[in-house]
Design a protein around this ligand. Sequence first.
Ligand code: ADP
Length: 311
Amino acid sequence: KLVVLGSVNADHVLQVPSFPRPGETLHGRNYQVIPGGKGANQAVAAARLGADIGFIACVGDDAFGQNIVKAFANDGMNVDAVHCMENAMTGIAMIQVADNGENSICLDAAANALLTVNLVNQHEAQIAAADYLLMQLETPLCGIEQAARIAKANNTQVILNPAPARELPDSLLALVDVISPNETEAHLLTGIEVTDEASAAQAAAVLHAKGIATVLITLGAKGVYLSRANEGAANEGAAEGCIIAGFRVEATDTTAAGDTFNGALVTALLEQQPLEQALVFAHAAAAISVTRFGAQTSIPGREEVDSFLAQ
Ligand code: ADP
């Protein structure tokens, strides 16, 4: 069993010729509201790929919140722990996508900010019974750390995708079994700029030294740097690592690439695929997602990933 804990957002996406300067008004086009939020994206990816998954999250008592819970259930997710919070709005992201492909994003956590310790404690039994707990950083840190503590006490493996980028306390990192930062996040967490295999290894060593056994630094189109701490030597930073290449595709929109990667990875681990094989599966799912527009609109199902891998 898998438990994902994290955010739900309505992504309000507008295509713009360039980002407006302060005081300027521009005409955008192709306005769309697309289901997003890192927690929801990762949960949806796992559900579509066939994982037995429960999602712990908070939505608002608005139309988007009600509809998204139905959509989660249609994707095969257990939504018993998706709370509809009275007098709250569902989280939103205001996203501008410029014609050159760059984006600029503003978030309002809204209901996501209510996923705190008390609420997490209500789901202690579900976290304790899971094989894996997958989390990101769009909900309050106190709730994330509490969930990690419950997991650790019950032999549930903790996978943390430390996104969006922020610094984290060592107390949280010490509870994490697998961490999956991108290059920016790895830089912020370790102080080491990841530009090649050698610097990725250095950044991974810093994270191993904080007690994390497995470090996966995602490298965009280049793939992922996988580093495993040597048995019993995690705290000394001794490790073995290598790059596992991704798939070459024509990128349309990389939104939710990292989320699809994480949801797919944990799905494969749940099936007891060896880590290297699980990473190839995650690369395939993420590669398909970058060929399509939007967050949850871009996440593939199992058959599609399996036939992509069979090519
Ligand atoms: P994030 O989206 O969180 O910034 P990355 O950009 O590192 O994370 O991408 C995460 C994963 O998504 C990569 O490890 C890879 O599997 C896949 N991916 C991202 N961009 C591309 C791309 N242009 N082509 C193929 N795969 C990609």
